[in-house]
Design a protein around this ligand. Structure first.
Ligand SMILES: CC(C)(COP(=O)(O)OP(=O)(O)OC[C@H]1O[C@@H](n2cnc3c(N)ncnc32)[C@H](O)[C@@H]1OP(=O)(O)O)[C@@H](O)C(=O)NCCC(=O)NCCS
Length: 179
């Protein structure tokens, strides 16, 4: 099934209803949302399954978000960010980052996707990914494929990726030494 048709099909199936609105930007988060984005970015270090590896909780604030955005830009990346905002509270509930490099215009990288735990179960993860893929299809016609990485036990993220048409392309192992 073509990517656009698949996106429309799954967007219709989403349960977010009228409680959430979708937002998007490229490269730089609007000032009004940056502190909230920092909260979600910090949760990537605590909420993402990591098998037997252990990671320290990361501290994120507005300055760190701006720093990483600048780093991405300096590395030649266009960063498409999609987000869902809860209308009732104004809270950012979800975000997803999809990046394209000017050095490899045929390849996009699906980076972070996270839904805050108390907003899960409304298919927001799929919705923000679909929004980014749609932007990619219209704005970056040279992209032929998207790569991403998931922990093998991350069933919720894998279910979304498989539904969107991602297929396994390889496996790698990570090792950690406890000192
Ligand atoms: C993957 C993720 C974005 C999916 O969130 P979501 O879009 O809200 O998920 P869905 O709406 O598709 O949820 C489907 C069901 O699974 C449940 N669910 C989703 N994520 C869950 C989780 N991490 N743990 C337990 N249950 C979860 C939902 O509550 C829902 O249950 P229901 O059908 O009984 O209502 C979310 O789990 C998450 O943010 N995980 C942490 C970050 C992460 O792993 N990112 C990927 C890194 S590669």
């Amino acid at each position: 099934m073509p990517a656009e048709a698949r996106c429309v099909r799954f967007a219709r199936r989403a349960k977010a209803g009228e409680h959430y609105e979708l937002l998007y930007w490229t490269d730089s988060c609007p000032d009004e949302y940056t502190a909230q984005l920092a909260v979600l970015m910090a949760r990537m270090s605590t909420d993402t399954p990591a098998g037997g590896l252990s990671y320290d909780e990361e501290t994120w604030d507005v300055a760190r978000v701006r720093h990483v955005e600048n780093t991405w830009k300096q590395a030649g990346l266009d960063s498409l960010v999609a987000s869902a905002r809860h209308r009732g509270t104004g809270e950012l509930a979800a975000y997803s980052v999809l990046q394209v490099s000017d050095r490899k215009p045929w390849l996009a990288n699906q980076d972070d996707t996270l839904v805050a735990s108390h907003h899960r179960g409304h298919r927001l993860g799929m919705l923000v990914k679909i929004l980014n893929i749609r932007r990619l299809l219209t704005g970056y016609p040279n992209v032929e494929r998207i790569v991403t990485f998931n922990a093998a036990e991350n069933d919720h993220m894998l279910a979304i990726n498989v539904a969107l048409g991602f297929r396994p392309a390889g496996y790698d192992g990570e090792w950690q030494k406890t000192l």
